[in-house]
Design a protein around this ligand. Structure first.
Ligand SMILES: [Zn+2]
Ligand SMILES: [Zn+2]
Length: 247
């Protein structure tokens, strides 16, 4: 039996009419994680220590910037920047004390490599991405479990509007690890069939949208095509994070 804290949100996401229930789950996690980073996390020394070290990616800094609470963000930035400066200092010091090594590396090579490794690590680390990835793994686990064992969920999955292409890739990559060989095969072919009919639906809408700009089609009803550009982008590239309005 899978934990309800994961099965309930996945079921709820599949009850919505969205273009990708996995993006729906991810957006919620993202909003909660931004609130936490600028709220409760500020009071937790352990969390502060890790966030000073790991920091946040560009996308998540951008979401934090959109929140009105600039003091919380400034406190996070102040200590994180201090940590970055100290790591850069260490990098410079350790490189200037190291002597020419066995492989003929000189000081400039050493410093270049150390700097790139430090900055690369910093660029790829984010407290919010880390949290989202780990919870999404649980969601993917329960999604496969419920698809395999629960008729109700499998029917919901069949009635859904498919997923975005990045999440299609995630499901395709994960299926063999969660399902038996034959079940993974069934899952993937039904997933692909569904996706193909959903992409065709989206294509119809986006095409209709373009036709509406021809004056001869002025009276043609919009049907479901009015918001086709955003839905098409989201289907192809994944949900675009909406502007933050939450305090
Ligand atoms: Zn998605
Ligand atoms: Zn991030």
């Amino acid at each position: 039996m899978k934990e309800k804290i994961y099965t309930i949100p996945v079921n709820e996401a599949y009850d919505t009419e969205c273009e990708c229930p996995l993006c729906f789950l991810q957006n919620k996690l993202e909003r909660d994680a931004v609130s936490f980073a600028l709220g409760d996390a500020m009071m937790q020394p352990d969390h502060r220590e890790t966030s000073n070290k790991i920091g946040y990616c560009r996308e998540h800094f951008s979401l934090m910037m959109q929140r009105p609470n600039k003091l919380s963000l400034a406190l996070v930035l102040d200590t994180h920047l201090k940590n970055i400066r100290s790591e850069l200092d260490k990098c410079e010091k350790s490189s200037s004390t190291s002597v020419k090594g066995f492989f003929g590396r000189d000081k400039s090579q050493n410093l270049s490599e150390k700097l790139c490794s430090l900055l690369g690590e910093l660029e790829n680390s984010c407290m919010i991405c880390k949290k989202i990835d780990s919870t999404m793994e649980h969601y993917i686990d329960v999604l496969f479990y419920m698809w395999d064992k629960e008729d109700d969920f499998r029917n919901k999955f069949e009635r859904s509007k498919g997923v975005c292409l990045p999440h299609l890739q995630l499901l395709a990559k994960s299926a063999p690890g969660y399902l038996s060989k034959s079940r993974a095969g069934e899952f993937l072919s039904s997933l692909l069939q569904k996706e193909s009919s959903e992409l065709s639906r989206v294509q119809e809408d986006i095409h209709k949208f373009t036709l509406k700009f021809d004056y001869r089609n002025a009276d043609m009803p919009w049907g479901t095509a009015q918001d086709a550009p955003i839905r098409t982008v989201e289907k192809i590239a994944g949900s675009i994070t909406p502007l933050e309005t939450e305090v």
